[in-house]
Write a protein of this length. Structure first.
Length: 264
């Protein structure tokens, strides 16, 4: 700063010499420049002192805003609607009741319990989280059917070694569901049951895909169409989901690429 003020004084001195100004006038001007520079230093010091306070105030405002958002989200997510819970209970009860009754006539009690566990996990999504993309009909039916085919294929091709067939069936079912865009978490259990259950399901072969898997999915789907559309706040399937929009956008992009002149 001293170097800068010195250079400034020299420049003023040369200008004054050119204009034939006295030294006393130059001294007055130099003192004014020193006062101005001191004012600048004071302003800089004030900014340095106030800067952390401004930053702290902005951070405090940001945190208060985030807390208000979180409070609102928690409030919306924890709203209790007794009718929503009632119809979720009725839908899950009726769906699992029909599946359990029909399959108890076809399968032994132990294997029936295993398969009901897979559909029980689907009921949580279909009746309790109907807005989820993983609960939509394509994922419900397609996920179970694709996983059942993968599980039966592994059981048919690989030797009956549980530590080999079980992980292979689950891993293959996940890849198949991802490839067909039918990801449904309970489908992994359906594939696992095909290779780890008793002799009854193992002897069914690919009939396992049609019944009890496909038939059970259709029962859950039909019951969901009834009980998930009774109230005005429940809509199944979801008409305007992000998953459907992304699929439509993906298909539209592929169609435009195939119709572009560069591909002709």
């Amino acid at each position: 700063m001293a170097l800068f003020s010195g250079r400034w004084k020299l420049s003023i001195l040369f200008k004054l010499l050119e204009q034939d100004t006295s030294y006393s006038e130059f001294k007055i001007l130099s003192e004014i420049s020193v006062i101005d520079s001191s004012k600048v230093n004071i302003e800089n010091a004030k900014l340095k002192a106030i800067g952390p306070r401004i930053f702290a105030n902005k951070m405090k405002q940001h945190l208060h805003r985030q807390l208000r958002i979180y409070r609102y989200v928690i409030y919306r997510e924890t709203l209790i609607d007794p009718w929503e819970h009632f119809w979720s209970f009725i839908g899950a009860f009726v769906g699992i009741f029909i599946i359990a009754y029909i399959q108890s006539l076809q399968l032994p009690s132990m294997e029936n319990i295993f398969l009901i566990g897979s559909f029980g996990a689907s009921s949580v999504l279909v009746y309790g989280a109907i807005q989820s993309p993983l609960a939509q009909p394509r994922n419900l039916i397609g996920g179970h059917v694709v996983s059942a085919i993968a599980g039966v294929t592994v059981a048919q091709l690989l030797p009956d070694i549980i530590w080999l067939t079980a992980p292979f069936a689950v891993a293959l079912s996940i890849v198949c569901m991802q490839h067909t865009r039918t990801l449904h978490p309970p489908g992994g259990a359906t594939a696992l049951i095909a290779v780890s259950s008793g002799t009854k399901i193992s002897s069914m072969g690919y009939w396992y895909v049609l019944s009890p898997v496909l038939s059970g999915c259709l029962i859950l789907f039909l019951v969901a169409l009834i009980f998930n559309n009774i109230t005005k706040n429940r809509h199944y399937p979801v008409k305007k989901s992000r998953l459907r929009r992304s699929r439509r956008q993906h298909l539209k992009t592929r169609f435009e690429r195939t119709k572009s002149p560069s591909n002709l």
